[in-house]
Structure formats: C-alpha cells, structure tokens
Design a protein around this ligand. Structure first.
Ligand code: PEP
Ligand code: MN
Length: 332
C-alpha cells in the first residue's frame, strides 16, 4: 500500500510512523510517501489522520506501478525529456566498449554529425569468457569525460560491480546497470541513493516482475530517474543471440510508470538484424533505443558481430525518423 502523508507532521514523526508500520518513507516536496508491504490492504488506524491519499497495491511492484501513477515519470537528459507526455524517442548510440582515443573520437564525430545527444560506451565490461577484453576501466571513464567536454555529448556507461560503482556514478551522466548485474543489490542500492539517471537492463533470465522489482528497489531509496531497458531474453532459440521480448515491452508500457527503451543490438547479436528490429521498436512507440555502432566493427574488442558500422548506422538512423513520425513521435 502507498500512502501520501501530510507534510505538517514533520520529519521525526513521519520517521517514527514509518518504523511502526515497517514501511519505506520518501520525503517529497508536497508530502511524505510511505510504502507499506503490498499485503496491507487497509490504512492502519494510527496513520489515518495524516493520510492525504492512498493506493491499495495488488503486488509489491509499487512505486514503479501504473496503478500508483498513471502518467510516466518524465526524465531530463541532455536538454530534452523522455517519459511524461513527451513523444520523444531518445537515441543512445556508440561502441560496445571504449577501446582507444581514436576510436571514441570517431564515434563522437558521427553522433554529433547526426545530432545525437547521448554516447554509450562501456569501460567495465562483464564478459562471458575470462580471456576477452574487459574494458579500459577508470582510464576509459576519464576519456569519456573528456569526450563529454569536447563534443557536448552526455555519457551512458555501465557499472559492473561494487569496486567501481562510485567512479561510474561520479563520471557518467547515465549509469547503466547491465543485464548480468540486474540482481546486484549493492549496485541497486548505490544507484538508488544517487541522483543519476539509471538505465536498468533486464536480466535475460528475469521475469518482468523480477525486473520491475529491481527498479522499485532503487525507487524505494529515492531515485525516480529509472529507465527500463529490454535487451532480449533467453529462449530455446539459438540462431539469434537472445529473443527481444516485445510482448514484455507492451506489458511494461501498460503496467509501469517508467520510460522504456530497447536494445536490439544485444538481443539480435548480429548486425544484419539490428536495423529492422530498431524500426520495429520505434513503431512500438518506445522512449528510446540503445544501439551499438563502431567505426570498424571487424576489429571491435567486444560484441564485434552485432555492432553496426557507421554507414549502416547512418542509414538506419535516417530510416527511423518517418516511422517515429507515423506513430506521433520524434527521434531526439
Ligand atoms: C552492453 O550494453 O554492452 C552490455 C553488456 O549489455 P547487456 O548488459 O544487455 O548484456
Ligand atoms: Mn555490448
């Protein structure tokens, strides 16, 4: 159950009541938000005189639920917004990993040419094989920060584990929690207490409810700037890397109040399928896309097979604009 409590009670009473109710308490501008376990279906009598508004919640997917807020959270990124009543589909693009100054400069130049505002590139790579490139680490973060200053791009980059979460929160504009780390409560906790925009990627073995619970976990710590990212789930199919769960995306749009973006690159695993999937995603009216593109994918140090070269990326990007406008949206 979610309750809005009158601010007049003051912080110390609100905190005492939250302890008594075994509830989470968030201090908002116009009220205290108290989140009780979803099993509570009636307002406890000791709270009733302070309650401004209340929502009985069917499951413990609470702060992120459209039953609580029917409008989407509006998130500011790079002088634009996604979510809310905005009809923007934000393009987030760049290589899987930052590999060198030369490579990332080429990526930035293409994004700036196309008017794209957000660069993605990983510095701490969670790899399946221990014998492959694991990223430039802190040096990569510092190089990305230089690119932000030079090109005016916002930086989205992944946090892999607790050893560097503070660095990523410090350097990134958007912190990406990768699919393999979705359940890492240390990371969720650190990101939930930060004020950075977070892209939470769905683990490929997670149900939608498990996925959204991880978003709720961060929201219950105060961070509402959470973007959900579907990036493919594991099915019986082996011809593609994963299966992009567009049914799941329809569900997330219906039942959550968070912006939803899609990552067709990791779902497909091969460049040939990415442009068509990206077009399908835009046609679904999603809030953003995450696409991997590399100046020379053949020599990419991670995810080589799925990254678009710059020519492929430009063609795909132009083709998205009329599709966005056909569904009443625009690519930003
Ligand atoms: C990535 O974005 O490069 C990445 C590792 O993605 P995922 O966490 O979805 O596998
Ligand atoms: Mn990748």
């Amino acid at each position: 159950m979610i309750l809005h409590l009158d601010k007049k009670i003051g912080a110390s009473t609100a905190n005492q009541l939250a302890v008594q109710a075994k509830a989470f308490l968030l201090d908002k501008n116009d009220c205290y938000v108290m989140v009780l376990p979803c099993g509570v279906k009636e307002i406890p009598s000791y709270l009733s005189s302070y309650v401004l508004d209340s929502w009985v919640m069917p499951t413990d997917m609470q702060l992120s639920s459209s039953d609580y807020r029917s409008s989407k959270h509006k998130i500011e990124i790079a002088d634009t917004y996604i979510g809310g009543d905005e009809k923007n589909t934000l393009m987030i693009a760049g290589p899987c990993s930052i590999e060198s100054k030369e490579q990332i400069e080429q990526s930035c130049q293409m994004l700036v040419d196309l008017g794209i505002k957000v660069l993605r590139a990983g510095c701490f790579k969670p790899r399946t094989s221990p014998y492959t490139f694991r990223g430039l680490g802190l040096d990569g973060l510092k190089l990305l920060a230089k690119m932000r200053d030079k090109y005016g791009l916002k930086i989205a980059t992944e946090v892999r584990d607790a050893t560097h979460v503070d660095h990523v929160i410090e350097y990134a504009d958007i912190v990406q929690i990768g699919a393999k780390s979705m359940y890492d409560h240390g990371l969720l906790s650190a990101c939930g207490q930060s004020d950075k925009v977070v892209i939470l990627k769905r683990n490929y073995g997670a149900t939608l409810q498990e996925f959204v619970h991880c978003a709720d976990f961060m929201m219950s710590l105060g961070n509402e700037k959470i973007i959900l990212c579907e990036r493919g789930i594991r099915t019986f199919e082996t011809k593609t890397r994963f299966s992009l769960d567009l049914c799941g995306v329809a569900w997330l749009k219906q039942y959550t109040n968070l912006p939803v973006i899609l990552d067709p690159s990791h779902a497909m695993g091969y460049d040939y399928g990415v442009p068509n999937l990206a077009r399908a995603c835009v046609a679904m009216g999603v809030d953003g896309l995450l696409i991997e593109t590399h100046p020379n994918p053949k020599v990419a140090l991670s995810d080589a097979s799925q990254q678009l070269n710059h020519q492929q990326f430009r063609e795909m990007f132009e083709s998205l604009k009329p599709i966005a406008s056909a569904v009443g949206r625009q690519i930003v």
